[in-house]
Design a protein around this ligand. Sequence first.
Ligand SMILES: N[C@@H](CCC(=O)N[C@@H](CS)C(=O)NCC(=O)O)C(=O)O
Length: 211
Amino acid sequence: MYTLWIANKNYSSWSLRPWILLKVLDIPFNEQFNSFEDGKSSYEKFRKCSPTGMLPCLVDGNRDVKIWDTLAIVEYIAEDHAQVWPTNKIARAWARSAAAEMHSSFATLREVCPMNCSLHTRLNEITPELQSNIDRIDEIWSEGLTKFGGEWLAGDKFTAVDAFYTPVALRAQAYGLKFSAISQKWIDRILQLPPMVEWVEAAKEEPEIEH
Ligand SMILES: N[C@@H](CCC(=O)N[C@@H](CS)C(=O)NCC(=O)O)C(=O)O
């Protein structure tokens, strides 16, 4: 059985990705929570459950192994659960590329629009750097939805690439970011997923939320 260590649901976008993947694919796991330190680094606290001092971290109790960093966690789960990635080779390559790009890019979006499930606000200004992040994400989503012709980014099934972009759907809602009609439909679909609703409701109940 897997154990997934996650940080605060309200703020931890990286924790959301493997959590939602396991939930939507109905793969059983134990959830363990470690909250961010207030006003200082969580490194020492998180080091107790993750070698990098960052969450998420997956423990596979059956094999006594710890896996850190979201891409590695997702690939580890995929080795035992083929449905993590699309079955079609072209769709799978595209999905892996788009997930890797999410993992390595979009620094401005992360900085200006941090994930906060309880927030509903509007930005005073969309800088060219932020707009360029939004445009690129819109391009990726539109391409996947058009090219593979399904409701999800790489076809007719929710896969890891959808999981990787779930925090952007939450950011779009929280900050009123504008996307094309086809991308907006995907955002709406993501936000209506029962596990997503469950995550957001739990996030709003967390005592650590800053008001
Ligand atoms: N590259 C890592 C990033 C993980 C990460 O940045 N996690 C944040 C929470 S979303 C964290 O643990 N931050 C520690 C801190 O703020 O002290 C991954 O893909 O899992």
